[in-house]
Design a protein around this ligand. Structure first.
Ligand code: NAD
Length: 329
């Protein structure tokens, strides 16, 4: 028995070490060394092991914290309401289970807002009387980096809203695919290391000490989260998106309300097919219980909301090959 426990602890330590190393390369250096699918699969292994043997959980486990680490060089910003990650599932069956569980917990069927999962990095924007005053990264969820000057260079971020509201919104900053291709071509010409993907290029571009570099990188944003919606008489996620669009934010117009798994299924299939035609990378879809009353009732864990879930697209063939190689070493 004691031997088995020691085995699990050792296995957990091994997985933690791998994930923490990959996490550092991804979040801090913006240079991932493995595909996301490899990271996700290893993360799942650790999660399963910790579920079976809770005694192996440690404070530095990636399952216990929101991923990013804070870089020095920027002022710190406290997020009064933590910026969370999302729980994820990798099959439609798991998604159906999530929906069933949620309906059971709430005691009734609720509509879901289906959104594209933009592969960028989370940002928070604060406005006072309609004027943009502060912008930050998610950081470790409770403390982020002040990147206001860099965010001001992004055209999609309004410096003044259509109404003089004081509000915090959150969303995703991303690099359009065409900008990514140009950037890497340029870097190759200059003999500089290229970025692995648009997400890492966006992260590297946002965390520049010189805003002129950020300005030249053609970043964009989709805003998807409204803080304190009750102040604005907004009662659901779908209404919040509309309200934020009216204020001048760029929101993603490809979101859709769904009332059952069939509709969710269609949404997934639609965008899995259209994925390559989009001007930005998506790595899945996000399902959010639409009414804010339901979101409040279900609340959050330390890391993720209980009222939302990400469905990650299966890795493409190329990624699968990488994953297989990874698992054999
Ligand atoms: P995540 O990216 O899987 O999902 C959560 C994030 O999705 C949110 O924080 C938000 O920024 C974003 N998002 C995009 N569209 C959204 C929408 N419409 N609504 C709400 N949120 C939306 O989680 P994470 O914690 O940011 O990162 C973990 C993931 O990063 C892993 O699952 C893995 O795929 C990747 N990762 C990869 C490596 C690697 O080495 N390849 C290392 C670490 C992490």
């Amino acid at each position: 028995m004691a031997e088995k426990q020691a085995d699990s602890a050792k296995q957990a330590e091994n997985l933690r070490q791998k994930l923490n190393q990959w996490g550092r390369q991804y979040y801090v250096l913006d240079q991932p060394t493995v595909e996301d699918a490899v990271y996700d699969q290893t993360y799942r292994q650790l999660q399963d092991l910790e579920k079976k043997h809770p005694e192996v959980i440690t404070a530095d486990s990636p399952t216990q914290r929101v991923g990013d680490q804070i870089l020095s060089g920027f002022e710190k910003v406290s997020h009064e309401t933590p910026m969370l990650s999302l729980g994820d599932v990798f099959s439609k069956q798991e998604l159906q289970d999530f929906i069933d569980r949620l309906h059971e917990n709430v005691g009734e069927k609720v509509p879901f807002n289906c959104e594209l999962k933009i592969d960028g990095l989370a940002i928070s924007l604060t406005y006072e009387d309609g004027v943009f005053v502060k912008g930050s990264t998610r950081g470790n969820g409770t403390i982020g980096e002040d990147i206001t000057q860099n965010l001001k260079t992004i055209n999609a971020i309004p410096l003044r809203l259509s109404e003089p509201v004081s509000v915090e919104v959150r969303g995703e900053c991303y690099m359009p695919k065409s900008s990514f291709v140009h950037l890497n071509e340029y870097r190759e010409e200059q003999g500089l290391p290229v970025f692995a993907n648009p997400r890492n290029a966006a992260a590297g571009s946002l965390r520049q000490l010189n805003s002129k570099v950020t300005a030249a990188r053609n970043l964009s944003t989709f805003i998807y989260y409204l803080m304190e919606p009750e102040k604005f008489g907004v009662t659901s996620q779908s209404q919040a998106l509309k309200k934020m669009r009216d204020w001048g934010f760029k929101t993603n117009i490809d979101s859709r309300l769904a009332t059952n798994m069939d509709e969710v299924d269609h949404y997934i299939d639609d965008y899995q097919d259209k994925r390559d035609q989009l001007e930005y990378d998506i790595d899945g879809i996000v399902l959010k219980a639409d009414p804010f009353t339901v979101q409040q009732e279900l609340g959050n864990t330390v890391k993720v909301p209980r009222w939302a879930i990400a469905y990650k697209f299966p890795p493409d063939e190329q990624e699968t090959v990488v994953r297989n190689i990874e698992w054999t070493v």
